[in-house]
Design a protein around this ligand. Sequence first.
Ligand SMILES: CC(C)(COP(=O)(O)OP(=O)(O)OC[C@H]1O[C@@H](n2cnc3c(N)ncnc32)[C@H](O)[C@@H]1OP(=O)(O)O)[C@@H](O)C(=O)NCCC(=O)NCCS
Ligand SMILES: [Zn+2]
Length: 324
Amino acid sequence: MSSKVKRTYASRSNLLKAESSSTFLLANSTVLPLKRKQPFNEIHSQIAPSAKRLKVSKPKLQQKNLKQLHFCIDQSIVRTCKVCKLTYTKGAEDDEALHRAHCARVQRGMEWGKEEEREKDSAGVREIPGRVKLKDGKKGRIVCVDATATGKIGTKLSALLDTINITLSASTLSSKALRASKAYLFLLPGITPNKEKIVGCIIAQRIEKAMAVASSPHSSDPESDSDAASSRPLVNVDDSSGLFCYPELLPTALGVSRIFVTSAQRRQGIASSLLAAAARTFVHGCVLDPAEGQIAFSQTTGDGIALMRQWGHGGIRIYDEDDC
Ligand SMILES: CC(C)(COP(=O)(O)OP(=O)(O)OC[C@H]1O[C@@H](n2cnc3c(N)ncnc32)[C@H](O)[C@@H]1OP(=O)(O)O)[C@@H](O)C(=O)NCCC(=O)NCCS
Ligand SMILES: [Zn+2]
């Protein structure tokens, strides 16, 4: 199963910004490149006091003698986990602990327990009617909550989004995007009674426009027979995804900015059932049809494209999550 993450054309510039500022100097003087820095505040706060600003007091002429310093990184202790794709420093206790916690979330998900159940009414959590039966026979349920929820549920959602963003190498969603978004969570009974696991999540948002995906890089516009339309260059979504779009921005109701299923539960139909729940309930009183181009994705990964094609019957569009 391919999990290779390919960046969205939309937020690549944000990612570059994030990546260029995401090199961390750890206590043991190694440099750890991370895709996202947010969940590693702890590391940040540990190193901040030692990061001192140098005062240059010599006359300008003497600056000729200044030399560029280079860090020597012992690559043998920098590891990238094959399961969660996180890069960490082997042997650095804090770093290994952070990796273990992240890896467990990616594989098995986060807990939804009594505290979340207690707070669900005040947080506005809505149960999507109907149990969902997975391919392996297990039964789960889907709940929906505003992406800006606060309290315990809001904190859990932020941690979940951090995990998803690291997995997708995606940037943090803007507050504007979050205000227009709902999170749909797939909950599966855990081993412990009264405790469930969040094994899937999609972030769905109201959008205005998106681009239709072309069936091949040389396709002509399906909605126009004119020569002018067919000769317009297609938009390359990503160099390695092989996805091309027609440049026209078409009215589109629903955007899916994040979609994630824990690695232990993939290919059971969880993502498809979350998407179906959003299509059914996101717009009150109106069921959205992906085949009719009413739903768009902003991220493109190998797995995501396969899901898009299968669930959306080729009708899923692409949108820019920074410009909607
Ligand atoms: C993409 C992802 C959300 C799919 O979740 P899922 O619950 O496994 O998807 P579903 O079981 O609903 O898949 C439905 C169909 O999509 C297609 N599909 C999904 N994942 C696929 C994969 N890795 N390879 C090939 N086809 C795949 C299949 O046709 C599948 O039906 P099948 O299992 O009967 O063949 C999951 O792999 C994931 O979280 N990946 C990491 C994050 C990511 O890449 N997100 C996508 C951003 S666009
Ligand atoms: Zn890992």
